[in-house]
Design a binder for this molecule. Structure first.
Ligand code: HEC
Length: 182
């Protein structure tokens, strides 16, 4: 038989009562793998679920903050509640999917778990539309108007310059003046 011929080449004796060792070993190792993966998955899902249940917002963060980049990147900054709120707004503007309730829970979780003193500054003359939009809580059209004005007239020198942009919400800009860098 072929199997026996191979077996003698590789130096083992075919066991008349059992299956030949080579194919058995092969399938055995292969069959074992999905089991291990499944166990690991269950363990991971189980612990994520257990921790998420203990800490409000964690499960939501683990689910939503990995949609576009690694979780490590999501939690890299250390910032206060306002800072995390600004990050959350930015991610939503970029397309993060979830409910308002989930977003609020995540912000609270991140501010508690990764706290910091600094509120991120907005570099008015370098910021992209998306950063102006989330950082200043402006509608997209106003952020676009600021960029357009900047492109046409050059850098803003002060908050007074910024307020000159036609159609821009002056009150919102005034409310965040401490965060503006020119
Ligand atoms: C829809 C995709 C998407 C999701 C979901 C998302 N992010 Fe992001 N995130 C991005 C992109 C794109 C960038 C890079 C932005 C840039 O370069 O300005 C980024 C960058 C970041 C940064 C780097 C600093 C910054 O502001 O650019 C942080 C921090 C961050 N994300 C946190 C989070 C957190 C926290 C969550 C979960 C609430 C999250 N992200 C979910 C798309 C996403």
């Amino acid at each position: 038989m072929r199997v026996q011929k191979f077996s003698s080449v590789f130096g083992w004796q075919a066991d008349p009562e059992g299956t030949p060792p080579a194919p058995q070993g092969g399938t055995g190792a292969f069959a074992c793998q999905p089991g291990v993966t499944l166990a690991a998955l269950l363990l991971f899902a189980g612990s994520a679920w257990a921790q998420g249940a203990e800490v409000p917002g964690r499960a939501e963060a683990l689910r939503i903050c990995i949609q576009c980049h690694e979780f490590e990147r999501s939690v890299a900054p250390r910032q206060n509640l306002a800072g995390w709120q600004a990050t959350m707004d930015k991610m939503v503007a970029l397309g993060a999917k979830g409910t308002q309730k989930e977003f609020d829970a995540i912000v609270e979780y991140l501010a508690k778990t990764y706290p910091g003193e600094e509120v991120p500054k907005i570099k008015v003359n370098e910021a992209r539309a998306i950063e102006l939009e989330s950082g200043l809580s402006l509608p997209r059209s106003q952020a676009a108007a600021i960029i357009q004005y900047r492109t046409k007239n050059g850098d803003f020198k002060s908050i007074e310059d910024l307020k000159k942009v036609p159609g821009v919400d002056v009150a919102k800009i005034e409310a965040r003046k401490d965060r503006l860098l020119f």
